[in-house]
Design a protein around this ligand. Structure first.
Ligand SMILES: *Cc1c(COP(=O)(O)O)cnc(C)c1O
Length: 380
């Protein structure tokens, strides 16, 4: 079976975990946490980079930092993972769901303005598949209406918008190191704090509402309870694992990008017409090869192709179901129809993408898609 995902291992992970253990300090903010945070500051010029236990937790911290509360509205695309929305619902906000673009599953930037009201407190763009949203449009809306931008950059490590690193453009940016992402620590995340007003409070919220971080830097002589907060910092063993991956960021990215280009080159040469649509990357965005997806014509086509690939030993998956139609939110959604989100819900298919995929695997997968197209697609 060609697996859909397989987490990358550099081979140094256990050595670094052992080193963290030998140092006798395995709780948060140890040696490896600092190494990881320095890596992000140097490579992506984030003012403040805080490791978190997950991207979901980084989004919860963002919700707290923006002081989201009942009566606030937050604009989020419907075609995303639940964690883009839940941290704001938990603080009492109403979610205003936006549609996806017709040419890309990311948020339709041109639809946002009509969703803004006096209650809008934040917009949460998702850089789908690591491909940037058109951030200039969002930043302009944010400045004109005094709205925070929280980039859900869970999939967007090492990807850029007009040369700027994703996650470093809005007030806050959140990353995931879940095992399905390009860089992983099993579970894990990062909060990039770009708005200087949030820097000191971000440390406090992450340290259970205490000013412990400032204490350890010697800035104050005792620490105590100063704010609300929770425990959002990962142990140094998680950070040790992560550092072994970050050191190999370039080679991981090169491998993924070469597989992505191979998929694209093979499939484009088959001239599938409208039956199989290939991913689109706008010129202002880079591609970090987080995923390779195709868009089919109907749910029936997608189900048929998944089965066909499975019979040939290939695991392919679909994912998000429009959040505005979820069991949890459908009765609360008062907004417009979101046809593109619903279309991706039914027709988007993700193909295997991980560092242990060979060029021969990609050729084989593409040939099988061609076989399905020739033999099956016109029978449905
Ligand atoms: C993976 C993902 C998350 C959640 O990340 P965790 O680290 O598992 O909490 C949130 N948003 C998007 C868009 C994701 O892809």
């Amino acid at each position: 079976m060609i697996r859909f995902n397989y987490p990358y291992f550099s081979g140094k992970e256990l050595e670094y975990i052992q080193d963290a253990v030998n140092r006798g300090k395995i709780s948060g903010d140890g040696e490896y946490s600092k190494k990881c945070e320095s890596f992000f500051k140097e490579k992506f010029k984030f003012d403040k980079a805080l490791l978190t236990t997950s991207c979901t937790d980084a989004l919860e911290m963002s919700s707290l930092l923006c002081d989201i509360k009942e009566g606030d509205e937050v604009i989020i695309p419907s075609y995303t993972f639940v964690s883009s929305a839940n941290p704001f619902v938990m603080r009492g906000a109403e979610i205003i769901f936006a549609d996806s673009r017709s040419d890309h599953p990311g948020i339709d930037e041109s639809s946002i303005e009509s969703l803004i009201t006096e209650k809008t407190k934040a917009i949460v763009p998702i850089h789908y598949g690591g491909v940037a949203c058109d951030m200039d449009i969002l930043l302009e809306l944010s400045q004109r209406n005094n709205i925070y931008i929280i980039e859900d950059a869970a999939q967007a490590i090492n990807s850029f918008y007009k040369g700027k690193p994703l996650g470093g453009i809005g007030d806050l940016g959140t990353f995931s190191f879940h095992e399905t992402k390009n860089i992983t620590s099993g579970e894990g995340g990062l909060l990039a704090v770009n708005n200087p007003d949030f820097i000191s409070r971000s440390e406090i919220l992450r340290e259970k509402g205490t000013n412990r971080s400032a204490f350890f830097r010697g800035e104050i002589d005792k620490y105590g309870w100063v704010d609300i907060g929770s425990s959002y910092l990962p142990s140094d063993m998680i950070a040790a694992f992560l550092y072994a991956q970050l050191e190999n960021l370039e080679s991981i990215q090169n491998k993924r990008v070469s597989l992505w280009k191979q998929y694209y080159g093979n499939l484009v040469s088959y001239n599938f017409g409208n039956t199989v649509t290939l991913p689109f990357v706008p010129e202002y965005a880079t591609n970090n090869a987080h995923m390779f997806y195709i868009v089919l014509q109907s749910l029936e086509h997608r189900t048929s192709l998944i089965d066909f690939l499975k019979k040939n030993g290939i695991s392919s998956v679909f994912h998000y179901q429009s959040l505005h139609k979820s069991e949890f939110y459908k009765n609360r959604h008062k907004g417009p129809e979101l046809p593109n989100s619903d279309r991706y819900t039914d027709t988007l298919l993700r193909l295997p993408m991980h560092c242990y995929l060979s060029a021969a695997d990609v050729d084989f997968i593409c040939e099988k898609i061609k076989q399905w197209y020739d033999k099956e697609s016109n029978r449905i």
